[in-house]
Design a protein around this ligand. Structure first.
Ligand SMILES: [Zn+2]
Length: 247
């Protein structure tokens, strides 16, 4: 599974897409280094274990769990002796293109998209919306990456805006079939308009042809009001040649 290797090599600052581009890593990195990276970065997803195997001399990747059972591998990364990334050739940062997609809209749409938290915590009233938080994170990340020389594209341009060019309420006027039956506005937004927006994000990202796409979301754990968690803050990194959204 290419993504396993992509994630691994991301850590060593490579931005490659095709397996032959990984060839510069052959026989370089030690088993200890590779295993350490994998257990640290992939431990949250057990499913992914169906796509790779660590053998004595190589990391072996499979297209599917079925292929793994049959022993038909897609790629073998032969281990070497090195325990650092320094020896491995990487693309210079000023040649790297990164797309950042801050999740949701935030601002005036935060309640409509149901990505809004309103809690009293230790005497303080807190109002947070995910779209605002993801956007502010994107701006900070963009600043840091650009300082390092990376070219950056952020999918949406401000808080309270998506990427789809037609405004939600204009779109709504043109589509009475969705609201004539008395369906809640937030449901229309999430079920229909949001999908158009997601597809537009995918289109914009593909058009930019990034080496890497970062999709930013902030998730919450537990249901109760006032429950503050430090778990499950999501950054999703995708090594992409093609960014797909399925509905
Ligand atoms: Zn989200």
């Amino acid at each position: 599974m290419k993504r396993v290797l992509g994630l691994l090599l991301l850590i060593v600052h490579s931005f490659a897409f095709e397996f032959d581009e990984f060839s510069s890593f052959q026989g370089k990195l030690s088993k200890e280094y590779v295993t350490g990276k994998i257990s640290r970065y992939l431990q949250y997803n057990q499913e992914i274990e169906n796509y790779f195997e660590i053998q004595d001399d190589a990391l072996v990747l499979f297209k599917s769990p079925e292929a793994k059972r049959q022993g038909i591998y897609e790629f073998r990364l032969v281990f070497g002796k090195e325990n650092s990334k320094s020896s491995v050739k990487s693309k210079p940062l000023d040649k790297v293109r990164i797309a950042i997609d801050p999740g949701h809209f935030g601002g005036q749409f935060a309640r409509l998209e149901e990505r809004f938290i309103d809690v009293d915590f230790e005497g303080t009233h807190l109002e947070i919306d995910e779209g605002r938080l993801s956007f502010l994170t994107a701006m900070r990340l963009k600043e840091l990456l650009e300082k390092a020389g990376v070219s950056v594209m952020v999918t949406r341009k401000k808080i309270g805006e998506g990427v789809y060019s037609e405004d939600f309420f204009d779109w709504l006027k043109a589509h009475p079939e969705y609201w004539e039956k008395g369906v809640a506005l937030s449901e229309i937004f999430r079920r229909h308009y949001n999908r158009l927006d997601l597809r537009e994000r995918a289109r914009v990202i593909n058009e930019y042809r990034p080496d890497l796409t970062v999709v930013i979301h902030y998730n919450h754990v537990g249901g109760g009001e006032g429950q503050i968690t430090e778990k499950n803050f999501n950054f999703i990194w995708l090594l992409t040649s093609k960014f797909l959204i399925s509905s």
